[in-house]
Ligand binder design. Structure first.
Ligand SMILES: Nc1ncnc2c1ncn2[C@@H]1O[C@H](COP(=O)(O)OP(=O)(O)OP(=O)(O)O)[C@@H](O)[C@H]1O
Length: 261
């Protein structure tokens, strides 16, 4: 589906009031090969043709996000939602188009993926919070709060690899929720947390939204999407098929594919 089908949620923002500007964004992957691009491919850059076995995971995606907006990214499995978050986080490089970010980004995906298995929880907290601009003194001051939020005080000196998957997400969320970065990227990894912890995270997300943060939220849960998000991006086949108020986007998704939970 082409760009003509994209309905802007609101008038396009000018350069000054965009938190995220996504223009003509596209990325392709190989189905049958390990890794996505060779060094030669990288040098060839945009001129490289699509080879057999390659497909566009995202293409022609355009959106302007204003500061303080809460965007829900909706779509069936494998339609490009996490890839979009990774491109916004800057952990993947597009083959076409661009993502411009005016402020810092706190991506939950990058943090869970960025923790070092053999380092302790403590060292990982210092490492990731440090990479996001917190000084050692700031981390010292917040450390107990971070570990307290994650509710894993007995595991502070345990290697990260020995945490359960739910505990890994707890500590990652505890770190991102203390960063000062104005843009939060939250994906489905949060669903790994148990119900009580998830509720605590959601309350914290609401606080952060009230404080003016911008949110990109990937979820298959309609209730959660309605709770946080005002605007939805509906991805199908790597194309942005609808950009509009979250209620309209969920209605369209439900009409196309049956009800979300
Ligand atoms: N690093 C990669 N290398 C090759 N293919 C990839 C890579 N990352 C994602 N893909 C492919 O790109 C497509 C989009 O994946 P993505 O993870 O963005 O989907 P999604 O919409 O987040 O799905 P889900 O709802 O299942 O989480 C899928 O076909 C996936 O197999």
């Amino acid at each position: 589906m082409g760009e003509a089908s994209v309905v802007p949620a609101a008038p396009a923002a000018g350069a000054a009031d965009a938190a995220i500007r996504i223009e003509g964004l596209g990325i392709r992957f190989r189905r049958n090969r390990r890794g996505r691009r060779s060094f030669k491919d990288l040098l060839a850059g945009r001129k490289r043709r699509t080879r057999p076995g390659e497909f566009w995971a995202l293409r022609d995606v355009n959106a302007v996000v204003r500061p303080g907006e809460a965007i829900g990214v909706v779509g069936r499995n494998g339609q490009g939602k996490s890839t979009l978050l990774k491109l916004v986080a800057g952990v993947m490089i597009p083959d076409e188009g661009s993502v411009q970010i005016t402020d810092g980004v706190a991506p939950l995906i990058e943090i869970t993926g960025g923790f070092v298995d053999d380092l302790t929880v403590r060292d990982n907290v210092y490492l990731t919070a440090g990479l996001h601009g917190m000084s050692r003194a700031q981390i010292d001051a917040k450390f107990d709060e971070i570990v307290g939020f994650a509710e894993i005080p007995d595991f502070v000196d345990t290697p990260y690899k020995h945490l359960s998957s739910g505990m890994k997400v707890r500590i990652a969320f505890a770190v991102i929720s203390q960063l000062e970065e104005p843009i939060m990227l939250v994906d489905e990894v949060l669903a790994v947390g148990d119900k009580a912890f998830r509720e605590k995270c959601y309350a914290r997300i609401e606080e952060m939204l009230a404080g003016g943060r911008t949110l990109f939220f990937v979820s298959h849960n309609e209730r959660d999407l309605r709770r946080f998000c005002t605007r939805g991006l509906y991805l199908d086949g790597g194309r942005l098929v609808l950009d509009g108020p979250i209620g309209d986007v969920l209605d369209r998704y439900n009409a196309d594919h049956g009800l979300l939970k």
